[in-house]
Design a protein around this ligand. Structure first.
Ligand SMILES: Nc1ncnc2c1ncn2[C@@H]1O[C@H](COP(=O)(O)OP(=O)(O)OP(=O)(O)O)[C@@H](O)[C@H]1O
Length: 280
């Protein structure tokens, strides 16, 4: 007999009654290049466990949507990916980027964020010219010639599909741009640092439908060169633009798969309920 302690509970009692079923797609790394992955990610705000069992792989040059009801932990997860939760939450687990765990103390967080950039929900251009918005992060950390800066401004604005609209008024205040233009300027500002991965937290939820469609078009064009991870509440948007979708529920990733599978044949009943609009 392995253990004669008759006070121990039977092992069947370890099974949690209401633990939701989960399905997390694992990529074949021979066929898919992984740009970023997380392992056992766990996030606490004080004593409150906001996210656990965060294991995801993000494929290079693909768009991954993070979806789920309000408070399910999507932003908490996304913000952890480039250490935006430093000083706000305790993040345990590994975030692997090019063979390095970026969730360790020895990481130069500012340098890492040049590789993994973030765009927030509300367009937040600086009270500066369009030109200076793009060049600000570069000039504050290095020496560039005017020609180099001009080149970065043009390339970033073209990539963000804003160049044609603003090329003759680069000295104009960025605060005068429309919501959709401002959000594309903020995307251009992130691109100016030549990141590898772009994280976007509901980048079009504060925009009108036309501006939102422009931002979506921009993201689709960007995936040739960037790996994109986006939090969205808009199921149509997730279905339209993303290659992979992760469904979050009460601080856990319940299902992760190819977007077309999530939206046509989800493996977990809860995912189906959410995407069918039954809750959230
Ligand atoms: N800065 C914070 N301090 C304390 N608790 C927080 C903080 N940010 C988020 N939380 C809590 O963590 C949980 C997950 O929140 P999170 O913002 O990640 O969810 P979400 O799925 O992104 O929601 P939404 O779609 O509304 O943005 C919630 O219970 C929330 O109250």
């Amino acid at each position: 007999m392995i253990n004669s302690n008759t006070d121990l509970k039977p092992a069947s009692e370890f099974i949690r009654e209401n633990a939701p079923e989960r399905f997390i797609y694992k990529m074949d790394t021979e066929k898919h290049e992984i740009a970023l992955s997380t392992k056992d990610l766990q996030v606490f705000y004080g004593d409150n466990l906001a996210l656990s069992e965060g294991d995801l792989q993000f494929e290079r040059y693909k768009i991954t949507s993070l979806v789920g009801a309000s408070g399910s932990g999507k932003s908490t997860f996304l913000r952890s990916l480039n250490r935006m939760n430093d000083g706000v939450a305790t993040v345990n687990g590994n975030i692997m980027y090019r063979g390095v765990d970026i969730n360790t103390k020895k990481i130069d967080v500012y340098e890492m964020r040049r590789h993994i950039g973030m765009v927030f929900q509300r367009p937040n251009p600086f009270a500066k010219s369009i030109y200076d918005n793009i060049t600000f992060a570069l000039t504050s950390r290095g020496n560039y010639t005017k020609a180099q800066l001009d080149e970065v401004v043009e390339t970033s604005l073209k990539q963000a599909a804003l160049w044609d609209q603003v090329k003759d008024e680069l000295d104009k205040s960025a605060l005068a741009l429309s919501g959709g233009q401002a959000q594309r300027l903020v995307i251009a500002r992130a691109l100016a640092l030549k990141p590898d991965i772009l994280l976007l937290d509901e980048p079009s939820s504060a925009l009108d439908p036309i501006s939102s469609a422009q931002v979506e078009d921009t993201l689709l064009k960007l995936k040739d060169k960037y790996t994109i991870i986006i939090v969205t509440h808009n199921m149509q948007q997730a279905a339209r633009i993303s290659d992979y979708t992760a469904f979050f529920h009460m601080g856990k990733i319940i299902e992760y798969d190819l977007t077309r599978k999530i939206f046509t044949r989800p493996k977990v009943a809860l995912t189906n309920d959410y995407i069918s609009g039954n809750f959230g």
